[in-house]
Design a protein around this ligand. Structure first.
Ligand code: HEM
Length: 414
């Protein structure tokens, strides 16, 4: 049927690479739309945006995840056949395993571990001429994440493992040699964790109940069987890898304290404000651009005819900057979270909808604990100067990060 809001003509796969985080926004928001058709990877794809678009994206009667994520992402960032690709009862069962790790005690522990590692790291940084915050965070969070998950990590392997994690996190979207390195990094990391899972099962490695390594090793599927050791390794990576990726939000948070100098004092002074600041960092700065799903059936919505099996993308970054949802979305303003009602489809940097029924990130709480511990430490205990550097980041480059990774010098603990 006739639907005017669409790209006519060629495939836009190159366009999405070139426009990055703005690709869907510039199509949807300029015309106040929730759906817009384009062509991507040789398919007719529907871009969804706005709270209504997000609600449709998370409607399990209409959407599924199986077959949605492109193979080049599964072979690098996520791992094949993991939770991100599951649907129905097996999905909900697997999701409860992830959610069971996020008890209040486990989250408190994560805050404590994070604060302790900041303390140690800053002592070390005082002796250095300068450090690149993003790089330091990758290794620091590698240690924090492994300790929290119960994964043994020797000092001398930290660098090697963290480099592989950085390749999985940053290399997946690249073309050519870096993409291949990203695949190899995933294979090495899966093998490392698979051996550890087997060690836990055979009693060669001691693991505490409630830690990710223990629960992944011991989990039983709906048929009462352990996960295949490789599958358990992939799911353990689905905990440890994104925890390391929190380094991006930390780097952006440090940038916010620089770009908006009045923020630092407010973050130091109040625990409530600390939380609003962490939320605003997650909303304001670019991280995940889009998420894919496929339609389960044919249906019409807002005058658009979805066909069965059609590729659908939700505009994650766009929703976090949608003027229909946020007042002055391009202003960094943590105060907006003081009276925020916690909508399921408005703040979606880590996905939206329901934790149990949808694919919404189970690591949102743990991300917030790490961010709170980190921003509080920076604001209260760290003095530093910034040497001349490029602090800019581009919305045209996915994934985004301040160009020089946030270089600090003359670091002093206070
Ligand atoms: C899912 C973002 C941190 C574990 C997701 C999704 C996004 C996301 C966008 C997909 C939502 C969807 O498909 O509907 C992020 C960002 C993080 C982060 C930006 C910050 C660095 C974490 C952490 C953990 C984690 C710290 C673990 C402790 C997961 C898992 C899934 C997931 C297991 C798959 C859930 C499912 O398929 O049901 N995350 N996440 N994430 N995240 Fe995170």
């Amino acid at each position: 049927s006739y639907f005017p809001a669409k790209d006519k003509g060629p495939d836009r796969s190159l366009g999405i690479l070139k426009d990055g985080y703005n690709f869907a926004r510039k199509r949807l928001q300029k015309q106040h739309l929730d759906v817009y058709e384009t062509k991507l990877l040789g398919e007719r794809a529907a871009l969804l945006g706005g709270e209504k678009g997000a609600e449709l994206f998370y409607d399990n009667d209409k959407m599924k995840r199986g077959g949605a994520m492109p193979a080049f992402i599964l072979k690098t960032l996520f791992g094949e056949n993991g939770i991100q690709t599951m649907d129905g009862n097996p999905f909900e069962h697997r999701k409860r395993l992830f959610l069971s790790l996020m008890t209040p005690e486990a989250l408190d522990r994560l805050f404590q571990i994070t604060a302790e590692y900041w303390e140690r790291a800053s002592e070390f940084w005082e002796k250095k001429r300068k450090v690149v915050l993003y790089n330091e965070m990758l290794t620091l969070l590698m240690k924090i994440s492994c300790e929290w998950a119960g994964v043994p990590l020797k000092d001398k392997e930290v660098k090697k493992r963290a480099d592989d994690f950085a390749l999985m996190i940053d290399g997946f979207g690249s073309i050519g040699p870096k993409h291949l390195q990203s695949r190899k990094a995933r294979q090495r990391s899966e093998q490392w964790f698979e051996n550890l899972i087997l060690d836990v099962r055979e009693g060669k490695l001691e693991a505490q109940e409630g830690t990710a390594i223990f629960e992944m090793a011991m989990h039983r599927d709906l048929n009462g069987n352990h996960l295949d050791a490789r599958m358990a390794a992939i799911e353990l990576l689905n905990i440890v890898r994104p925890t390391v990726a929190v380094s991006k939000f930390i780097t952006f948070g440090a940038l916010a304290m620089e770009e908006f100098p009045e923020e630092k004092e407010k973050v130091a002074a109040s625990e409530d404000y600390l939380y609003y600041f962490a939320q605003e960092v997650r909303r304001f700065y670019p991280f995940v651009p889009y998420l894919p799903a496929r339609t389960k059936k044919e249906f019409a919505w807002q005058g658009y005819n979805f066909s069965e099996g059609q590729l659908v993308l939700i505009d994650v970054y766009g929703n976090n900057h949608d003027p229909r949802i946020w007042e002055e979305p391009e202003t960094f303003n943590p105060e907006r979270f003081r009276n925020w009602n916690g909508g399921l489809f408005d703040l979606i940097p880590q996905g939206g909808g329901d934790y149990e029924k949808n694919h919404r990130c189970p690591g949102e709480w743990s991300t917030l604990e790490i961010l709170k511990a980190s921003f509080q430490y920076i604001a209260r205990h760290l003095d530093y100067k910034l040497p001349k550097q490029d602090l800019s980041y581009s919305l045209n480059k996915m994934p985004a990060l301040p160009k020089d990774g946030f270089i600090m010098k003359s670091i002093k603990k206070k």
